[in-house]
Design a protein around this ligand. Structure first.
Ligand code: SAH
Length: 213
């Protein structure tokens, strides 16, 4: 579990690359510089951890590409103390970025193997989300709702109704929508019944899966 000056240097270069690719939120770039992504990957990928690429993790899942993490996080407009729901904890890297920005993060993962690995890893790195949950993200976390914002990190065929219901008025739900390929979609809750929809470009994610738990 080592973080060296070489790793830190590579992270600075990655943050610069993301800035060149259009990420402007300084707090997001700062978090990318601070979180040791190589420690969220299998050690055989360590040398590539600061390339802007997705990599395989346990249970046939992936750690999202840094640009995707930065892009989704920027759309969230994170403020300190925001209460954020993440669906798809995966490696915990996105969780760590949000925690580094001062958010209170609640995250749900449906693969038990990944849930266990990540729940053990984060405290070792001194990263403390408010709550990690093993369960089906389609249902959200009704006992902890409402949330200032919600981020889904797997490709969803539809917007789960439960997630819309658990968003505060004025809050943002960021969700990649589609089967093979996804359109990054942002829903801003205007009132009890209305949401404003923005489409923010094409991405590729592993699928948000239903009904396994
Ligand atoms: N945020 C992660 C991305 C992981 S990929 C990271 O930075 O590493 C997407 C994750 O969503 C996978 O771990 C997958 O197991 C999980 N997932 C898929 N369907 C889900 C569901 N219905 N509920 C919760 N998590 C789900």
């Amino acid at each position: 579990m080592k973080d060296t000056t070489k790793h830190q240097g590579l992270r600075k270069q990655l943050a610069k690359l993301l800035e060149d690719k259009g990420i402007t939120d300084k707090k997001v770039l700062e978090a990318i510089k601070n979180i040791p992504r190589h420690l969220f990957l299998d050690s055989s990928f360590e040398d590539f951890a600061y390339q802007d690429k997705a990599f395989p993790i346990a249970a046939g899942q992936t750690i999202s590409q840094p640009h995707t993490v930065a892009f989704q996080t920027q759309l969230l407009q994170v403020k300190k103390e925001d209460k954020i729901l993440e669906i798809g904890t995966g490696s915990g890297y996105q969780t760590a970025v949000l925690v580094a920005m001062g958010a209170k993060v609640y995250s749900v993962e449906r693969q038990s193997e990944l849930f266990k690995i990540t729940a053990a890893l984060l405290p070792k790195l001194g990263i403390r989300p408010k709550h990690l949950s093993f369960g089906d993200g389609y249902k959200g976390l009704p006992n902890h709702a409402p949330f200032d914002s919600i981020i889904v990190t797997a490709g969803a065929p539809i917007v789960p109704k439960a997630l819309m219901a658990q968003l505060k008025i004025g809050g943002r739900l960021i969700i990649p929508l589609g089967k093979e390929q996804q359109v990054m979609t942002m829903l801003i809750r205007k009132n009890e019944t209305q949401f404003e929809k923005h489409e923010c470009g094409d991405f590729k994610f592993v699928p948000l899966l239903e009904n396994r738990i």
